[in-house]
Structures are given as structure tokens and as C-alpha cells.
Write a protein of this length. Structure first.
Length: 311
């Protein structure tokens, strides 16, 4: 059992437009890093957090990383083990890219590795969901499952938890732009309607099935026309500056499909190649700059590995 480890875990795009709380995929960048050490004492200590501008709690009961690690230690029968954690945020908080998820997954992967991989990555998902519950009040898996498993993931059921890894076209790229405006996940969730019309639900089911089929068949046209959301996007798009203009620009520049990443404000496009993805981020950032909004952009293939140990 080694005593110290450094782990990177990736950001994720949850929902993938039509799959609210049931679809997500991982990207190569951005992400978060955790350094974890087993110590002689007892209990979990967070010794350092960087990149958060002082926004995240050092209290181990309130931080998603330490809280999830504690659940894991309780499960393996070592609740009082001494653990020191450093968290290095390499991605924006509240971006809609699974910021809390990346931190939590890095911590769980680290502690599981230090204890000789007692659980598989898939078995770590429920522990990571505890972190999401702390972060936004609801333990959803559409960020943590792809962050742990890599690739595209479908959560077929929450009770019981049933997670399915999906194939995808090898040359699929994501173009992500994060407009620097504040959209707290809790607030964004509360805006969503709790009741929907049956005809709208039928449309949404068709799109989710179409998107999953398109991924299996590697059919870009089917993927693109299935990336339509009539339940959640109309409400959440209000919080994102010029959302429909951004979508129009992305589609004109060659996007296969476009939508909100998680609860926003980040938006993303899927493309057939890296050059198109870079052209899209450039156009979107240019437009946002024109209306006085700073932004960050990321271009990435779909991450196939999930969390990794860093040297």
C-alpha cells in the first residue's frame, strides 16, 4: 500500500442536450488534481486548496472530496484512517463542466488506489454521487459516472443504479466555451418544470433513443438531429447570454449539434474533427467578447480513460 499519490480527473459534459440526468461524456481538458497522503494520525484533513479563489471549504465534512472519501473509508471498514488531501482546481467552479465531480472523482480514485483498488471505478460511482449531493442537493451521476469511466455514459436507472458505457465515433470532438457569468447549479435545477406534457416527453424519449443509436451507429447526422431538448433547454438558456445566437454561429461553422453543458453557463458543440471545433470556439468567443463577456474555451476529444495517476 503506497503512501502518497497524485491523480487527475476530467471535466464532463452532462445531459448532452436531450439526456437530462441520464447522459454524459468526459473530456480531456479541463479537470482537477488531487494529492493524497496516508498519515499516522486519524481522520481526514484538507491541507491546501488552490485555484478556487477561496470559495471551497477546508472543513472535511463540507468539502465534496473529503466527504466522499469518508464514505469510502467507512465502507471498507477503515473509518479512522489518517488522510491528508491537497486539491488543485484546474477548472472553473460553477461552469457546468462538472467541477465538483472532477474533484470528487480524483479523490475517490486516489484513495481507492492507495487501498489497492478494492473497488472498481464503476463501484465508486455511488460514493461520488454523495459528493454531488453535497454540492448541489441532488446525487446525480451524469457527471461522476463519465468522469470515473471515461467516454459516453448512460444512466439507465438510478434505483437500482444501472450505468452503461456507450460507444462513440473515434473522431468525435467537443468544442466548449465557458462564458464567465454565474449560474449556480442549485438555482439552475430549481428553474426546471416538475411536470411536462406527455407529447413533450414522447419527443424527448425519441431524441434520447436517437442520440444513443447515433453513437452506436457512428452516424453523425442522427447524432446531430437528436441533440434537441424541449424540456430543460428553453428554461436554462435564459441564463446564458445570447444562447440562440451562439447556437446559430456554431451550427453555421460546422457543428454536428450544440447545447448547454450541464446546468450551464458553458455551452458545447460536437464536431467531426479538431479544426472545426477550434473554429467554433473562436467564433463563439469572438461573439461573447463583442457583447462584453469574457470566456474560456476548451477543445478536446472524448476522454476514454477517466481518472489517471500523475507522476
Amino acid at each position: 500500500m503506497s503512501a502518497s499519490i497524485k491523480v487527475f480527473a476530467p471535466a464532463t459534459v452532462a445531459n448532452v442536450v436531450c439526456g437530462y440526468d441520464v447522459l454524459g461524456f468526459a473530456v480531456n481538458e479541463p479537470g482537477d488534481e488531487v494529492i493524497m497522503k496516508l498519515t499516522e494520525g486519524s481522520g481526514i484533513r484538507i491541507t491546501k486548496i488552490t485555484g478556487d479563489e477561496g470559495r471551497l471549504p477546508l472543513d472535511p465534512q463540507k468539502n465534496t472530496v473529503s466527504a466522499s472519501v469518508q464514505h469510502y473509508l467507512n465502507h471498507i471498514g477503515k473509518p479512522d484512517v489518517g488522510v491528508e488531501i491537497e486539491l488543485h482546481k484546474k477548472m472553473p467552479i460553477g461552469s457546468g463542466l462538472g467541477s465538483s465531480s472532477a474533484s470528487t472523482v480524483a479523490g475517490l480514485f486516489a484513495v481507492n488506489t492507495l487501498f489497492d483498488n478494492l473497488l472498481t471505478n464503476k463501484e465508486l460511482v455511488p460514493f461520488a454521487m454523495k459528493g454531488e449531493e453535497l454540492a448541489c442537493g441532488y446525487g446525480h451521476a451524469d457527471n461522476v459516472a463519465p468522469a470515473l469511466l471515461g467516454g459516453f455514459v448512460l444512466i439507465r436507472s438510478y434505483q437500482p443504479l444501472d450505468i452503461i458505457s456507450l460507444p462513440h465515433p473515434d473522431d468525435l470532438y467537443a468544442a466548449i466555451v465557458y462564458p464567465e457569468v454565474d449560474v449556480p447549479t442549485k438555482d439552475a435545477r430549481q428553474m426546471i418544470r416538475s411536470k411536462v406534457l406527455l407529447k413533450d416527453a414522447v419527443t424527448q424519449w425519441g431524441n434520447v433513443a436517437g442520440l444513443v443509436s447515433g453513437l452506436f451507429m457512428k452516424d453523425y447526422d442522427l447524432i446531430g438531429r437528436s441533440m434537441t431538448d424541449i424540456l430543460v433547454e428553453p428554461t436554462r438558456s435564459i441564463l446564458i447570454p445570447d444562447f440562440y445566437k451562439l447556437r446559430s454561429l456554431a451550427m453555421k461553422t460546422g457543428a454536428t449539434g450544440f447545447g448547454i453543458s450541464g446546468s450551464g453557463p458553458s455551452v458545447f458543440a460536437l464536431t467531426k474533427d479538431e479544426a472545426t471545433a477550434r473554429a467554433i470556439t473562436q467564433k463563439l468567443q469572438q461573439h461573447l467578447k463583442g457583447i462584453g463577456i469574457n470566456s474560456l474555451s476548451f477543445v478536446s476529444e472524448v476522454n476514454k480513460k477517466g481518472p489517471v495517476i500523475l507522476d
